[in-house]
Design a protein around this ligand. Structure first.
Ligand SMILES: [Zn+2]
Length: 325
């Protein structure tokens, strides 16, 4: 807190000093009284916010981060150190590509599930792909598949506002860099809207596009969540949804009310906070809930994005696009 206050004072004094230097020459060229009156406060405020962003004052940075333009600048600054290496790797044979951060990289890294034996059931992760996480932006295969699809539909997505449940860093970055208008929603984590997926309180038919990745396995009543998604979806809208799917399970979804402890849920569903796992008939299950369901098939994507949904063995390589009939 002390450090933050010190930075604020530093920015305020620095801005005042630079304003004092710049104002006399500006006053000589500006004659309109309104503009002359605005020069000092306007210049000081602009310099204060610019310097606050550069030296990263937490509170001020948060205000600035609400602006899409500032977010784009920040992402670009984070990506800058990787660009040279990416250009080199673009020409190299066998390099991988992340469409979320648009970087060529040597390899994606493995998912560190063995480091969390209390969270992940090792039996479900034995054949996990070793190329999972982007070392630049942290994207996972599901994000790279989704972004590849969104890139193909960019013209239409630019005209709608996306509601993004359980925000994901790589997707936010891609949407900011592509000037997509979106709002994040979460019940527990920091987000634009605090929403319960089972009862959002949003007007019926009001949301034209929803992204809901790996949330349905966590909510207490997935049927209620699907009903709510259907209710808030605009008539021509779309939901892009994914969840863990075990292709070996010949059913829509497996639930077990007797699995109540974290350990039991981890054994049964693969992860200690999953309340269910979906099966090979997940698409039919979504259709039973009144949606038209299409698949975004990762296997049709370019191989260098390593489109295996993962990280668990049981994840199938598909995301779903839902519409109303
Ligand atoms: Zn990336």
């Amino acid at each position: 807190m002390k450090l933050s206050k010190g930075r604020i004072v530093f920015c305020a004094v620095l801005s005042a000093f630079v304003t004092a230097v710049l104002v006399p020459p500006l006053l000589r060229v500006v004659s309109a009284p309104v503009l002359r009156a605005a020069i000092v406060p306007g210049l000081w405020a602009a310099l204060f916010f610019a310097s606050a962003m550069v030296i990263r004052i937490p509170g001020v940075s948060r205000i600035l981060y609400k602006s899409r333009m500032m977010r784009r600048l920040q992402w670009n600054r984070k990506l800058r150190p990787y660009r040279k290496e990416s250009r080199k790797l673009k020409k190299a044979a066998g390099s991988s590509y992340c469409p979320c951060c648009r970087m060529y990289i040597q390899n994606f890294s493995g998912f560190p599930y063995p480091e969390y034996p209390e969270r992940y059931n090792p039996a479900r992760y034995q054949n996990t792909d070793t190329q999972v996480i982007c070392p630049v932006c942290g994207s996972m295969p599901r994000h790279r598949i989704l972004v590849t699809w969104m890139q193909e539909h960019l013209a239409e997505i630019r005209h709608v506002r996306v509601l993004h449940f359980a925000q994901e860093h790589a997707l936010r970055m891609w949407m900011d860099l592509h000037r997509i208008s979106y709002q994040t929603a979460d019940l527990y984590a920091d987000a634009d809207l605090k929403l319960d997926l089972e009862d959002t309180g949003l007007p019926a038919g009001s949301v034209p596009m929803i992204i809901c990745n790996h949330v349905l396995e966590h909510v207490s009543d997935y049927k209620k969540a699907l009903r709510e998604l259907s209710r808030i979806l605009a008539p021509e809208g779309r939901i892009i949804i994914s969840f863990p799917v075990d292709p070996a399970l010949d059913m829509g979804v497996l639930e077990d009310p007797s699995a109540v402890t974290a350990e039991e849920r981890m054994q049964k569903f693969g992860q200690n906070d999953h309340l269910r796992i979906f099966g090979s008939r997940a698409k039919a299950l979504l259709e039973e809930h009144g949606f038209l369901a299409e698949e975004i098939d990762g296997s049709r994507m370019r191989p260098e994005i390593k489109p295996v949904v993962g990280p668990a063995d049981y994840d199938s390589n598909v995301l779903y696009i839902l519409r109303k009939p």
